[in-house]
Design a protein around this ligand. Structure first.
Ligand code: GLU
Ligand code: MG
Length: 454
């Protein structure tokens, strides 16, 4: 069972962890915090000091919650220049990256050691604990797409899409990906050249939600190190180039109750159980007001367009790659069993907030026993507006301002993530929307290309 709060390890355990890290040659521990603009912030300590990084934690200004992607602090009454918080690493999640460096994720506490309500990892931890207490367990994994740029020429590699060529062109880099991921304990499921020029995708094994979000962050940290070693720049921007397909961070999720899957083995379409149907019902219903969390940046809507396989419509369908929710069925060809791929998420989202929101909406859908909406088994983008209206299919590729307003007034999202976290997101994304008013799309793509790169 997941603990609802980050526990404080006793002195003996802390000494043991410290010794174990030092014994394998670790001399630096990096802790990462993903902020509300999706940017990775970090502090590091010598390995001997990892105990104080765990508890009481290192100091940071509360305004870290309202850092924007361009590094401006969007101060609010709740997050001002006054106050202090503690950045606490979770020592149970620490991983050795090799080269004398280890990594651990950060949670936020106040000066008294109490968890802070706006800590996205803490919110996810509580949602996982609540879900487990209700008898439901989840497994999740992010797909990670990114685009490789030459730092000098700015050029990306060539195709063909899903080709062998781009894999061979980048074989030294990719060898290192396999080796470094294995070293860090990240089990790769697959790696391939994606459709976009210079675009690579990799996927790691499913894990319980908190660990899945950590795995995603760890993968991004490891990729950041490898990129530097190989002289390549990686863009995780939803729109790395003005033309072509974007970078997604699709989340696959599956649920079981007493070991029985909710997305298969039931009486509904494709074996969906009534709870599985309610999960999908909740997500379809509340996705439009969730986009300010899931695809929240000033570039996100340019990716979330029909024909980009990014899931630009709030609907579901078996293996429908234009639906925001692609049901992957329990077929012999699917060794992991049935799961739901939430395609509309991109890397500008905070992975902890995004995962917490998906868990919270799933649970609420089950609690309200929502009906499974009609399946969409064709491309919603090729339908007329009238046809989409007939099938209650809503576009989620709205502009950022519309998404921020929908988030701000969403009681459901506020119930799941809490007002203080939602208000921080609204503040930083509102600032992005102001930037976007002043610039052309080409300039924004250029300016924010590496905003979400570690
Ligand atoms: N690159 C697409 C996106 O932006 C996804 C392509 C795919 O289906 O993997 O989400
Ligand atoms: Mg892909």
């Amino acid at each position: 069972m997941t603990e609802p709060v980050l526990s404080r390890l006793n002195a003996n355990v802390v000494s043991r962890v410290t010794r174990e890290l030092e014994d394998v040659g670790v001399h630096i521990v990096i802790g990462t915090f993903v902020d509300n603009s999706g940017v990775f912030r970090a502090k590091q300590v010598p390995a001997s000091k990892v105990g104080s990084f765990h508890s009481p934690g290192l100091g940071a200004a509360p305004s870290w919650a309202v850092f924007a992607a361009d590094d401006l602090l969007v101060l609010t009454p709740a997050f001002s220049v006054v106050g202090d918080m503690r950045l606490r690493v979770d020592l149970e999640a620490v991983r050795n990256l090799g080269g004398g460096v280890a990594w651990a994720p950060i949670e936020l506490a106040d000066q008294q050691g109490e968890p802070l309500a706006h800590c996205a990892r803490g919110v996810l931890r509580r949602h996982q604990a609540d879900l487990e207490a209700s008898g439901v367990e989840a497994l999740a994994a992010f797909e990670i797409e990114f685009t490789c740029f030459d730092p000098v020429t700015g050029l990306v590699g060539g195709g063909p899409a899903y080709g062998l060529g781009p894999l061979l062109d980048r074989s030294k880099f990719l060898d290192d990906v396999h080796e470094s991921f294995a070293f860090a304990g990240l089990k790769l499921e697959q790696v391939h050249a994606e459709y976009g020029l210079g675009q690579i995708e990799l996927t790691t094994e499913p894990a319980p939600p908190l660990q899945a979000a950590d795995n995603y962050v760890l993968a991004r940290v490891v990729l950041g190190r490898i990129a530097r070693a190989h002289g390549v720049k990686l863009s995780f921007s939803p729109k790395p180039l003005v033309d072509g397909i974007g970078n997604g961070a699709h989340l696959h999720i599956s649920y079981t109750r007493s070991g029985e899957p909710l997305f298969s083995g039931g009486p509904g379409p494709h074996g969906l159980t009534s709870s599985g149907g309610s999960v999908i019902g909740g997500l379809v219903k509340w996705l439009p007001e969730s986009m300010g969390v899931l695809a929240p940046s000033l570039l996100s809507s340019t990716r979330l367009q029909p024909g980009h396989w990014s899931g630009a419509f709030a609907c579901w369908g078996l293996d429908n790659r234009e639906a925001a929710l692609r049901l992957c069925g329990a077929t012999p060809g699917n060794p992991r069993g049935a799961n739901l791929e939430i395609k509309c998420i991109d890397h500008s989202a905070n992975p902890y907030s995004a995962t917490a929101l998906i868990l919270g909406l799933s649970r609420r859908g089950m609690e309200e026993a929502l009906e499974l909406p009609d399946e969409v088994s064709s491309d919603p983008g090729s339908m007329s507006d009238g046809e989409r209206a007939l099938h209650h299919i809503v576009s989620i590729g709205a502009d950022q301002i519309t998404n921020i307003e929908a988030l701000q007034s969403s009681q459901v999202v506020r119930d799941v993530l809490g007002d203080v976290l939602v208000d921080a997101m609204v503040a930083v994304r509102g600032h992005e929307a102001e930037i976007a008013k002043e610039e052309t799309m080409d300039a924004l793509v250029e300016k924010f290309r590496y905003a979400w790169s570690a």
